[in-house]
Design a protein around this ligand. Structure first.
Ligand SMILES: [Zn+2]
Length: 327
């Protein structure tokens, strides 16, 4: 692959358009697969042996995402963007440490949050020894065949998962990104971390201790989410917020009349609520801060106002009126 690589970018599958041949044909298959919303590059995952070949930030190896996409703020601070896993994860006398190459120290709230999540994921990582390997399709599918390719095609999210989500210009990029990942079941929830063998043990939701912590549970069926959607439903005058799956929220939003920006307003509040529910869950897990539903609702009200006010020039929002709404 090195002959196709350019130092000015970080392609996942390098390609020199001037060289025709087998590699060119393989890369063209990627374009065809893209019409089925399947990425060839996303279907190949690194299995770390000694870490000398798999690129730390640019290849898929630790989770189902590239670390550069999962932790964009940290990636911008990284100076050695093409480093391999062995460059970054150092083992001394059996103890693992990370050799960072920061352009400047991560100090912003966003960078520190990412760093905490990052360290949590890396904590469970161990070198397997031997050569690094590339496997097809991640944890369950480790060799290529037509059958495994079919599995990859069939396990693509149902069309409704992607078509129900629209980019919301009134919300910050980080909120759009979290909601997008939630819809695709790509958040590091307990059930996902256990499935990917990053965590072991029970995957019980820390709020209710009654069910597995999954995307659908955190954002739909957990009692915290149920109360939040009930109150927001009342605020926005929507009766259909009794949901079991996260997709149900977006179906409900689509049913809101579009007049006077109402649908986009409700959509924004729903996205802000998803952001706050995720933050709340993480604060409970990582900072041991128990969930207070009134605090969650207060955050939703404040952040949705702040974000909409700053981005929706067409609206004349007044904080005193907004905050007087009883949730
Ligand atoms: Zn729960």
């Amino acid at each position: 692959m090195s002959i196709h690589h350019t130092p000015r970018s970080w392609p996942i599958i390098s390609h020199n358009k001037r060289l025709n041949g087998t590699w060119d044909k393989i890369v063209k298959i990627d374009k065809a697969l893209a019409t089925y919303q399947v990425s060839l590059a996303d279907s190949i995952k690194g299995q770390v042996g000694n870490g000398s070949k798999i690129r730390f930030w640019l290849d898929i190896w630790l989770t189902e995402d590239r670390l550069k996409d999962q932790f964009p703020t940290l990636f911008t601070l990284e100076t050695a963007k093409s480093c391999v896993v062995a460059d970054q994860c150092i083992v001394t006398n059996g103890n693992y440490s990370i050799k960072w190459n920061w352009r400047k120290q991560p100090r912003s709230g966003e960078a520190v949050n990412e760093l905490m999540e990052f360290l949590d994921l890396l904590y469970y990582f161990r070198f397997k020894g031997g050569e690094d390997k590339w496997v097809w399709g991640g944890e369950a599918l480790d060799s290529f065949s037509v059958a495994t390719m079919k599995k990859v095609l069939y396990r693509v999210d149902p069309p409704c998962s992607k078509s129900i989500l629209e980019w919301n210009s009134w919300m910050p990029m980080k909120v759009n990104a979290i909601v997008w990942r939630a819809i695709q079941n790509r958040l590091p929830t307990y059930d996902n971390l256990i499935k990917r063998k990053i965590l072991f043990g029970p995957d019980i939701c820390c709020n209710c201790l009654a069910a597995s912590e999954s995307v659908d549970h955190i954002f739909a069926s957990c009692y915290v989410a149920s109360v939040v959607w009930q109150r927001i439903g009342r605020w926005c005058n929507i009766q259909t917020f009794h949901i079991k799956y996260i997709q149900g929220l977006f179906v409900a939003v689509k049913q809101v009349p579009e007049m006077e920006h109402k649908r986009k307003m409700v959509y924004s509040i729903v996205m802000a609520a998803i952001w706050c529910l995720w933050e709340t869950q993480n604060k409970f897990i990582f900072e041991n801060k128990p969930v207070k539903i009134d605090k969650v609702l207060g955050d939703i009200k404040y952040l949705s106002f702040l974000w909409i006010k700053n981005r929706a020039n067409c609206l004349n929002l007044d904080w005193n009126r907004w905050k007087s709404i009883v949730l």
